[in-house]
Design a binder for this molecule. Sequence first.
Ligand code: GTP
Ligand code: SPV
Ligand code: MN
Length: 586
Amino acid sequence: MIKNASVLAWVEEMKKLTNPDHVVLIDGSEAQLDELRAQAVKTGEMIKLNEEKLPGCYLHRTAVNDVARVEDRTFICTDTKENAGPTNNWMDPNEAYKMLYDIAKGAYAGRTMYIIPYSMGPVGSEFSKIGIELTDSIYVVLNMAIMTRVGAAVLEALGDSTDWVKGLHCKCDIDAEKRYICHFPQDNTIISVNSGYGGNVLLGKKCFALRIASFLGKNEGWMAEHMLILGLEKPNGEIKYIAAAFPSACGKTNLAMLIPPEKYRNMGYKVWCVGDDIAWMRIGEDGRLWAVNPENGFFGVAPGTNEKSNPNALASTKSGTIFTNVVHNLDDNTVWWEGLDKNPPKNALNWKGEPWDASKGEKGAHPNSRFTAPAKNCPCISPEFDSGKGVPISAIVFGGRRAKAAPLVYESRNWQNGVFVGSIMASETTAAATGAVGVVRNDPMAMKPFCGYNMADYFAHWLEMGKKLGDKAPKIFNVNWFRLDDEGNFMWPGFGDNMRVLNWILDRCEGKVDAVETPIGYVPKTDDIDLDGIDVTKETLAELLDVDKDVWNKEVENIAKFYEQFGDKLPAEIKAEFEGLKSRLQ
Ligand code: GTP
Ligand code: SPV
Ligand code: MN
């Protein structure tokens, strides 16, 4: 039962607003979750899959108009527009509350209000933070129970504290015209209406752990980042940790669970996954940067996940997983998606639930179809996963999906230059958000859709953190797995072979290997990326590492345009780094 007065008062207020028929507190017990699973199966909200092949797994289909994050309907409602900054949509908080409460009024009538107490980070750890999500969706409850730690233990850990984040989610009637994902960083509040899709409604994830948390981090001196965290174990048993920020659907889950090429496995190399999407990072007592994954599961992109590209992710989905918007194989009641294997099921329904024939050329799974899998299922989950104190970060890696400009890998000149490198990130858009796919857009630190305050202040915060870290700051790199040749083929094999690049990165951190200076930073000598066992020639590698001055001078024009919107708020250090790049490109 809820004893916390601040929680009780808010729940009462929201009950009056939404008018539910029933109220259920999620206690986190398997018995209660099982009852909800059974109920969702009865109403058709979820389909129970083959218990032998996929124990405890379910299939869910969202509404056809509700398949991805809606960035144009996502708002940061700070007191002033300037505090939200030019890269966010802004709404006046009073107006936003009024509009949202009008939509939420009576929205739970005839429905049940589920109260989900959840912890981002291990329950009770001093770095964890607590939220309460109210929802009328069993799908949301069951996803939150995988993606976060939920239940009575969370309320216990909260005690009578008022330090928690309010989250109200109302499905309403999934009206795309009335869909809003609104954040009130100054009130620790999130309100999401008219959606049932993951990133819009699992409020612990992007809404709390990035948008609200980035704002908290700025004020409290830590960082909330759209980053995977991995540990690379060397043959001598030493483990070095890397945090990497790539935009949505640009390879975080894949890199986080990487299986080294056979030769490296035989030598004793291994990768441990600490997190695949979000990192909360603080300066530890030793002065280094320490990272925690606040999540408890993976909300991963299904298409392209297979035995070869990401066997660890695939293994993670073999039990206790919820699949969303994938193909339903009716022959054996399992699931399928493009890129799983070359044998699409004959007797199947597509992501919309329609009879589907692969031979007709239409995709069966939605390009942003997802699996929600428990982290504990992952064969390479790090032994540090549940440790509240996190792991010390040796290198920070930025990256995007770029057909040309960005080389396979380069190292920034120092922290300040590295912050600049993060700030000029640009990447092709993907199906993870609604809107056009494949358009290059600026996405600083992969946080364009997720920064809960003015992006110029966010750059300043990064610079500030670097000053505090001093010579203990991780080195900052940039990678691009997606460079294309003139025929439109990927030039780099990617996936497990990205390990070859990680090795160079760690060697640079340990001062073991030389590099070549270019106008944008340091790139490897072609001898220093191991090509043994892959189909990449020295010439191709040289091309992959090439920094073309003409291309980069065009890039400079884009950067100038992007920076313009920040006006005087753009930190002087960033301006100075930009001037430095321009002069080196002359
Ligand atoms: P979010 O969950 O949206 O944040 O995505 P993510 O960054 O975790 O991306 P994910 O690892 O799921 O990969 C997205 C897509 O990129 C998938 O289709 C992958 O197959 C593809 N991909 C990942 N790594 C590589 C790579 O090294 N090379 C190539 N060519 N494709 C990759
Ligand atoms: C992303 O889009 O970066 C995701 C999926 O990780 S969602 O949870 O929808 O944001
Ligand atoms: Mn993501």
